[in-house]
Design a protein around this ligand. Sequence first.
Ligand SMILES: Nc1nc2c(ncn2[C@@H]2O[C@H](COP(=O)(O)OP(=O)(O)OP(=O)(O)O)[C@@H](O)[C@H]2O)c(=O)[nH]1
Ligand SMILES: [Mg+2]
Ligand SMILES: [Zn+2]
Length: 376
Amino acid sequence: MSKSLISRRPVIRRGASSGGQEKAAGAQSLLRVLGWKPFFQQQLSLDELTDCEPVRVMAVHRGQLEVSGERGDEVVLVHGPLFDDAEEKPTVGDWLLLERDSRKPLRRLERSSLFRRMAPGAKQVQLIAANIDNVLIVTSCNHDFNLSRIERYQALVKEAGCRACVVVTKADQSDAHEQYREALKSYRDLPLVLVNALDSASVEVLREYCRSGETLSLLGSSGVGKSTLLNSLAGSELAATAGIREDDSKGRHTTRHRALYAIPEGGLLLDSPGMRELGLADVSEGLTAVFSDISELAAKCRFADCAHETEPGCAVRAAMDSNELDERRVRNWRKLEREVKRNSRTLAETRAEERAFSQLVRTVGGHARSRKSGEN
Ligand SMILES: Nc1nc2c(ncn2[C@@H]2O[C@H](COP(=O)(O)OP(=O)(O)OP(=O)(O)O)[C@@H](O)[C@H]2O)c(=O)[nH]1
Ligand SMILES: [Mg+2]
Ligand SMILES: [Zn+2]
């Protein structure tokens, strides 16, 4: 673990002398490079300003977190109530306050953004990352390219309020660049860049998404070149990469853990394992934003509860019939809407069950305590 920690440390140029003031300024600029912003600073009380140090969670392991802060990198142990709740516990990218001397985590700061998905096969959410500014939705010039999947990622990004760009890798292996550009031409707020991820000059255009102090997340299926992009942007082999299967372009799940890496002279980059499943949790606002063109049309349908199938006066159907609207896009919109509704219901039930359970635990604990004090 220590090797990976060293490679993630941000590089800060220090002045020649190291007086007290300069040291404090150095600590502040180190925090800024790690993504510290007024939004987080404002959450600290006066006591916390003197007694605590903020650290950023760079990676999460069972029972411990790799964190980085003004003292550099360290590993902190985690246990206790702060880490019990699936939705509240710290994830990669979170800011924690450590007690200055004991290095004990006291609390997690409020997040500026959060990425989460439905945990595969479970009735709860799984956190992906927090405090992300920009996202590269990575796909490649082969079988992986899939508009419906891009829309799925886009819903997550919109819900989190991040800026996104679609990066199509392996441009060096394809002559069909125009076809990819054409496919995403009409997508609102979603620029597209074709790159050879192995070539540092080619990925230079992406630097605007990982400026110093910004956190960039790479999302996409296994084998599309997320770790390759990270290495090219960092200028060194920070993450392992491996070849894909020839027959179906699928990757080999080379990256196993999510982790943040500091890029020399740049921001922080989050490399994630390729996700087999990205179940959308309660991201209805994100979904509405992605498909705002269809919702605008749907508002013009004659019937408020129009299913956009055979109803008369259906504006969505009319747009599909005149080829202004892609039928695949409408199908995906409806599929994702059903998924979000179903998962939102499931999550609301799970949260209600958890609340009832913790209430029960508190009540039983209260009875036990009062019995005990009665005996004394
Ligand atoms: N020719 C070419 N090969 C690429 C490009 N991007 C990635 N590769 C290759 O594709 C393979 C997979 O790349 P990785 O970076 O391991 O993919 P990943 O997205 O990190 O995959 P996981 O860690 O499994 O999620 C490697 O052999 C890379 O060298 C590219 O733009 N051009
Ligand atoms: Mg990888
Ligand atoms: Zn309709």
